[in-house]
Design a binder for this molecule. Structure first.
Ligand code: OGA
Ligand code: ZN
Length: 365
């Protein structure tokens, strides 16, 4: 049995066991009281307003058993707490797998057979876990029909419509409002950094890829960020602190947003990348800063295009690529539309869907 005592602030302090580094505030414990008087059993939401708890709440007594402990408070309420549950919460445990950065050294690509996923929870879990770790998966043996991308996306969560519609058709069009709709090569980019918010996940379904050229590329932006941080600190610093203006213009709309090419959180942890040389405008900074920025952006571009980081593969009809648009860059080689028809359909969903679904599946398991 773990040992604990109350300190001078009436916090519960564990002396042994997995909670032993932690000092548990009486209100923090009081607002985690469970039981159907306090929590709706259907949705696990609180039935009372925790902000209305008195600040004078104190722990009156506690009693520790093997895996749980009981606390009685001075407002007459008492609760049971599972030690492992508190430990997981304190340590921000998330059952979904952590991101694993990769370079061109991936042993095998995360191919998944759709005909198996469609009928097996275990395989859906494997596919979503690969997606969490690597930031992409490639489905094989999915229908070749138009509309498949939307059907598949909807099986994971709501589709994010944009001014391109619910889905977009990627083939060569006259007077295209985006260079994607030509036969030109697309260098490594993230989609739509000009949107608010930027679409989280992109799906590209291949209906036909008969033309010469048109192979796909992917790069792990998180791996490049790690590399820059290690080997080119000043570049890493300027790229993760300079906000860039991104703009999309067509006859109906002008979309604009600002953001860093490398976005980190307050602890320096990777959040997202943005990169679209077709659409980016750095503000007019003072000479030294701007010169450093241009040097850094050139290096970043070279890394994104390098054999060390880039992977190549070819989508064929009946394949679907799903990737994290906040983490990976994608591109394609040029294709010659006179040599055959190439048609992809794409759409966007958000991280909520893949993460939330996987969490649910893992918990049910
Ligand atoms: C796009 C895009 C890639 C391709 O439409 O945003 O990058 O393979 N397309 O055509
Ligand atoms: Zn794109």
């Amino acid at each position: 049995m773990d040992k604990a005592h109350l300190d001078q602030n009436n916090c519960l302090v564990f002396e042994t066991g997995i909670l032993s580094d932690h000092t548990l505030h009486p209100i923090w414990l009081r607002e985690r009281i469970s039981g159907d008087k306090y929590i709706d059993v259907n949705n696990l939401q609180r039935l009372y307003e925790p902000s209305l708890l008195e600040n004078t709440i104190k722990i009156e007594k506690f009693n520790i058993s093997k895996d749980f402990f009981e606390v009685t408070f001075n407002d007459g309420k008492s609760g049971i707490y599972f030690i492992k549950e508190l430990f997981d919460e304190i340590n921000e445990f998330d059952p979904i797998p952590k991101k694993q950065s990769w370079k061109n050294n991936l042993k095998e690509l995360p191919f998944h057979d759709y005909s198996i996923i469609a009928n097996s929870k275990d395989n859906l879990i494997k596919m979503l876990s690969d997606f969490q770790k690597l930031g992409f998966v490639i489905l094989k043996n999915i229908s070749k029909e138009k509309g498949t991308v939307i059907k598949f996306a909807q099986s994971l969560g709501p589709v994010r419509s944009t001014n391109f519609g619910e889905h977009f058709d990627v083939y060569s069009k006259p007077n295209p409002n985006d260079l994607a709709y030509t036969g030109l090569a697309l260098s490594a980019h993230t989609d739509n950094p000009y949107r608010k918010p930027i679409p989280g996940i992109q799906l590209l379904h291949c209906i036909s890829n008969e033309a010469k050229g048109g192979d796909s590329t992917l790069v792990d932006g998180m791996a490049v960020e790690e590399y820059l941080k290690k080997h080119h600190k000043p570049f890493h610093e300027i790229l993760s602190s300079t906000k860039i203006h991104f703009r999309f213009t067509d006859k109906d709309i002008i979309l604009e947003n600002w953001g860093k090419l490398i976005e980190l959180d307050e602890k320096g942890k990777f959040i997202k990348i943005r990169f679209s040389g077709r659409l980016d405008y750095v503000p007019l900074l003072e000479f030294q800063k701007l010169s450093l920025f241009y040097e850094a952006r050139k290096k970043l571009f070279e890394l994104y295009a390098s054999k060390e980081f880039e992977i190549n593969f070819r989508l064929s009809a009946g394949m679907l690529l799903m990737f994290d648009n906040h983490r990976l860059l994608h591109g394609r080689s040029a294709y010659d539309q006179n040599t055959g028809f190439r048609h992809l359909q794409g759409c966007y969903i958000e991280h909520d869907s893949t993460e939330g679904k996987l969490r649910r599946l893992l918990k049910k398991h």
